[in-house]
Write a protein that binds this ligand. Structure first.
Ligand code: AMP
Length: 169
């Protein structure tokens, strides 16, 4: 198995499954980029978002349900999380990121890490479903756009978080 198959290897070990349904499983991200960072994978061997069409929307809803379950199990609020997919995933098997918006982690080391969650390189679950409804597929970002997004100056996400919660103090 190559490094890109790491997630598939991880879900083969029952001890790694925090939640498991007939359709999908939840595991902890091995290199968490925030205090809470989980991955939800289908049991069906779907390689990536580029293999989805609108018939997969019910499956995506199940992944989202499990994502909400793990947030609840941890006693957290969904409003403190981002739930979605990387526009350019590196690891095989479709995986939904469920990540807390604090982004506090020793594994968050590079601008690429930050921008992969805080620019359009991160596609929310809702946006992806909408895309599938409309276009019946997910296309790769053009390389120039990807490079541009990766090079985006670092921008704090906390003002928006506080503004949304009504906390301006
Ligand atoms: P992506 O860029 O969307 O493909 O993200 C892959 C995620 O998998 C990253 O957040 C990695 O930290 C995480 N990861 C890599 N290897 C493993 C592994 N063996 N088990 C669990 N998570 C992993």
């Amino acid at each position: 198995m190559n490094w890109q198959s790491g997630l598939v290897k991880t879900i083969l070990e029952p001890k790694n499954l925090i939640i498991s349904s007939e359709i999908a499983v939840v595991i902890a991200d091995k290199y968490p980029k925030a205090r809470h960072h989980y991955l939800v994978l289908p049991k069906e061997d779907i390689p990536s978002i580029f293999h989805l069409n609108k018939t997969h929307i019910p499956l995506l809803e199940e992944l989202h349900l499990l994502g909400r379950n793990i947030i609840e199990v941890r006693g957290k609020e969904i409003s403190d999380f981002q739930v979605g997919f990387h526009a350019e995933p590196s690891m095989q098997r479709l995986h939904l990121h469920v990540i807390s918006k604090d982004f506090i982690s020793h594994s968050l080391k590079t601008k690429k890490h930050w921008n992969s969650f805080n620019t359009d390189l991160f596609v929310t679950h809702d946006k992806l479903c909408h895309m599938l409804e409309k276009e019946n597929s997910v296309q790769r970002l053009p390389k120039t756009l990807k490079d541009q997004l990766l090079a985006t100056p670092l921008k704090c996400n906390q003002f928006l978080l506080r503004a949304n919660s009504g906390d301006f103090r």
